[in-house]
Design a binder for this molecule. Structure first.
Ligand SMILES: N[C@@H](CCC(=O)N[C@@H](CS)C(=O)NCC(=O)O)C(=O)O
Length: 217
């Protein structure tokens, strides 16, 4: 197997973290190729590896798969024994709903609290429209954990692609010190204790690139 995942800076690229943490958690071998974001050549550089000019993109032999959610599906197809999605078909359907919702939504939270995995924890004012996104995410996590999460600390007990899709949200909640319920906090702590999470943070901290507009927030 010869897979290469093209990603942006670990410090800032929320979309890149999703397939990276999924591959890493499930011990699937891959090579990473980092293209620093927000430079004059970024778009051209990414286009060499991704048809959309966006990261992440997974090259598997001659095949290139783009869009984080499609990459998760590809990984699940190629590794049917690894429970990338929950095994129970009903749980799997809900996991896909959650992942699709993440992929399509929460723009207010994303814009107000840009991803920065190196950001020291520091609260900022959270307007009502951002709080609306936070509330919906907390409600979704809570309902999922109540129905499906008995077997462990993740959304469906064990870590799945649904958790990977929400991993950057965990970082936002944490680094912007957004007030959340105790059960949300417990879920966040489980995510942030994952070896794959810690490896991502370590990588982010080792990067030499800094983007002023994200560091200023
Ligand atoms: N919907 C895409 C979003 C990908 C995306 O927006 N990636 C950003 C980085 S996090 C990007 O490639 N930006 C290109 C640029 O900054 O030039 C996915 O799920 O993969």
């Amino acid at each position: 197997m010869n897979w290469t995942l093209t990603i942006g800076n670990k410090a800032y690229s929320s979309w890149s973290q999703r397939p990276w943490i999924l591959l890493r958690h499930f011990d699937i071998p891959f090579t990473e190729r980092v293209v620093p974001l927000d430079r004059a050549t970024t778009s051209v550089d990414i286009q060499q590896h991704s048809p959309t000019g966006r990261v992440p993109a997974l090259q598997a032999g001659d095949l290139v798969i783009w869009e984080s959610i499609a990459i998760a599906e590809f990984i699940a197809d190629r590794f049917p024994d690894k429970a990338i999605w929950p095994v129970d078909p009903d749980a799997r359907a809900i996991a896909r709903s959650l992942a699709a919702e993440m992929h399509a939504s929460f723009t207010r939270l994303r814009q107000h609290c840009p991803t920065n995995f190196r950001r020291p924890q520091r609260a900022i004012a959270i307007p009502d429209d951002v709080r609306h996104d936070v509330d919906r995410i907390e409600a979704a996590w809570s309902a999922t954990r109540q129905q499906w999460g008995q077997g462990g600390p993740f959304l469906f007990g064990a870590f799945t692609a649904a958790d990977a899709m929400y991993a950057p949200v965990v970082n936002r909640f944490w680094t912007y010190d957004i007030p959340v319920k105790g059960e949300t906090r417990a879920y966040m702590e489980a995510m942030m204790a994952l070896p794959a999470w810690l490896a991502w943070i370590e990588g982010a901290k080792a990067e030499p690139w800094f983007i002023d507009k994200y560091e200023a927030i």
